[in-house]
Design a binder for this molecule. Structure first.
Ligand code: PHE
Length: 341
């Protein structure tokens, strides 16, 4: 009897099955009521009394062993049955992962910052949600100046002080000047907001880069030279610039700068409205009132500031005419800039 048990145990230990169906056959063969293990139980009656204890124990052990063996065979097919794993072809080439591209405004902004960094400017940033003092008051805007009008500015709250979305990056000028003494030489990139209807030529938000240089003996000629250097590095060494008198509350004198039209080379086209020139920025010598408001002595120091739209520069550089393309995230548009960075 003990030999029979041992032989059956060895047999069960070596069985194999190639699918679930065969495992079931094995279960019937060994563990069902008419199976080999049950047959041993039936024989048990004939075992002499003094051996019953030992044989009974061995038969129980065999039963547990057989049950475990059949269950583990069953489990191995449960995994292989999962279609996700069984049907996976591990030799197949993986599908390519599409890489994103840098946004055209980021490409142009990085290029602009690189050029100014080469001329000694460091980068400063300020908040998009601002107070009236940094956006208007410190920049010499009279209390009734039209730029404070609800038409242009998104106000967030009017109590206790006006909180608003900055309308220009000039607010970063005063953010820096109120805590630092000259020499100050910074460029400030960032998003600005204006309450305008969205069209091809206007948007309720866009991006600017502000420049500020404050030191002893800074002149308008220094400003002109820096802007000429920028225009030529950005648009090519043949680029011409022209400064026209203008007005900003925070600069005196003030000017707007045009560059020779990059699209027609100055001959006159639809983009430059036949003039051969396109406006790209506002600039001027920092008004003494602005320096005073920030605790800088205008008798000792002077400086210049300029500000330009990154969308405008990108329009020119990549001939993008519709501003809305920059914020719609159409991948067909964005992919066109794959090679540009
Ligand atoms: N802040 C002005 C604008 O948004 C641009 C500017 C900046 C003009 C600095 C002069 C000096 O139009």
């Amino acid at each position: 009897m003990l030999d029979k048990i041992k032989a059956l145990r060895e047999e069960i230990a070596s069985v194999v099955a190639s699918d679930k169906e065969e495992v079931e056959q094995l279960r019937i063969k060994y563990l069902s009521k008419k199976g080999a293990v049950s047959a041993l139980m039936a024989d048990f009656r004939n075992v002499p009394a003094e051996l019953k204890r030992e044989v009974g124990q061995k038969i129980n052990e065999l039963k547990t062993f057989a049950t475990d063996r059949i269950n583990s065979l069953k489990d191995s097919f449960a995994v292989a049955d999962d279609p996700g794993i069984a049907d996976m072809d591990l030799t197949r080439t993986a599908s390519p992962v599409a890489l994103g591209t840098r946004h055209p405004l980021s490409i142009v902004q990085n290029e602009m910052l690189r050029i100014f960094a080469g001329m000694g400017f460091t980068i400063a940033e300020g908040p998009e949600i601002e107070d009236d003092w940094h956006v208007f008051e410190s920049l010499n805007f009279p209390p009734d100046h039209p730029a404070r009008d609800m038409q242009d500015t998104f106000f967030i709250s009017r109590d206790p002080a006006d909180i608003l979305l900055r309308t220009h990056t000039s607010s970063v000028q005063t953010r820096v000047m109120e805590h630092a003494q000259p020499p100050i030489r910074i460029v400030c990139p960032g998003r600005v907001y204006r309450n305008e209807a969205i069209s091809a030529r206007a948007h309720c938000f866009f991006h600017q880069i502000e420049g500020l240089y404050i030191d002893k003996n800074v002149s308008f000629a220094d400003l002109r030279q820096v802007l000429l250097g920028f225009a030529r590095q950005m648009f090519g060494p043949e680029t011409k610039i022209r400064l026209r008198p203008s007005y900003f509350p925070f600069t005196e004198p003030s000017a707007e700068m045009d560059i020779s039209c990059d699209i027609c080379g100055g001959k006159g086209c639809a983009f430059c409205k036949g003039t051969g020139w396109v406006e790209i920025l506002g600039c001027g010598m920092v008004d003494p009132n602005v320096l005073k408001a920030c605790g800088i002595d205008p008798e000792v120091y002077s400086g210049y500031a300029f500000g330009m739209g990154i969308e405008r520069i990108t329009n020119l550089k990549y001939k993008v005419k519709d501003l809305r393309l920059f914020s719609e995230n159409d991948v067909r548009f964005l992919r066109e800039f794959e090679a540009a960075h």
